[in-house]
Write a protein that binds this ligand. Structure first.
Ligand SMILES: [Zn+2]
Ligand SMILES: [Zn+2]
Length: 247
């Protein structure tokens, strides 16, 4: 089997704790390359690692918080001027993604946003609990508790015969156990250590359920300062910017 490569472009939280980039994970498998989330400095992460941003076919957005989708206007800029693109770019995310992405683009590059892009920008709105095939990627979105009204998603995706679960941003939910089971990789957010919040995860809670996840490899990301302060004493693997995992 051809390998599936996951590059952690950003392993930090929304505060860029310890100078880490915000959420962005590049998955490269047979016939497709896609981003899981695109935080404000996802393009920076690709360039630091000498990854050609043109490889991205699809961007899956877990939820419409800036540290997960604010990097999109910089991709559009890249694909317009620095590395003009002709092939379409698809963005898939929760309800409201298309409108929010356009309003973000208008807010950040007003004049450019009124002109036609040199490439087709296509959107797919992900319905809860409905698996879809998008550009060769099998995507199972699931609801996670993170925002009060807006929908936040986690993803279970299959590419090249490998399964990856991504928590997005979430408080504790048994759904994580169901969705992580049988996966080759579970990318799980871990904002806190001492603090316990209903809308984010903390290390002790994850450690308590570690065996139940039933994944081949659990990697914690979206790391906040409480977790990073203890990084030398933790048993579960922590992501770092630039980490590459082959599945
Ligand atoms: Zn976040
Ligand atoms: Zn969030």
């Amino acid at each position: 089997m051809e390998p599936v490569r996951v590059t952690f472009l950003g392993s930090g939280d929304s505060f860029s704790s310890s100078g880490r980039h915000q959420a962005g994970y590049l998955v490269q498998g047979p016939g497709t390359s896609f981003l899981l989330d695109c935080g404000a400095n996802t393009l920076t992460g690709m360039k630091q690692l000498l990854i050609d941003p043109a490889v991205v076919d699809l961007v899956l957005i877990s939820h419409l918080h800036g540290d997960h989708f604010a990097g999109l206007p910089f991709l559009f800029l890249q694909y317009t001027y620095d590395n003009p693109r002709q092939r379409p770019l698809r963005i898939a995310g929760p309800p409201g993604t298309e409108e929010r992405v356009w309003s973000l683009f208008r807010a950040t590059y007003k004049e450019l946003s009124t002109k036609p892009l040199p490439f087709k920008l296509a959107f797919t709105e992900l319905a809860l609990a409905a698996p879809v095939e998008i550009d060769g990627v099998h995507v199972e979105p699931f609801h996670v508790p993170h925002q009060e009204k807006e929908i936040s998603l986690g993803f279970r995706v299959a590419v090249g015969g490998r399964w990856i679960c991504y928590s997005g941003d979430t408080g504790w939910t048994e759904e994580l156990i169901t969705r992580a089971r049988g996966t080759d990789l579970f990318i799980c957010e871990c904002c806190y250590f001492e603090s316990r919040q209903p809308f984010h995860l903390d290390y002790p809670r994850i450690a308590e359920h570690r065996a139940a996840f039933g994944t081949k490899r659990l990697i914690l990301t979206h790391l906040g300062r409480e977790v990073l302060a203890r990084r030398g004493e933790l048993e579960i693997e922590l992501a770092s910017d630039g980490l590459v995992v082959e599945l």
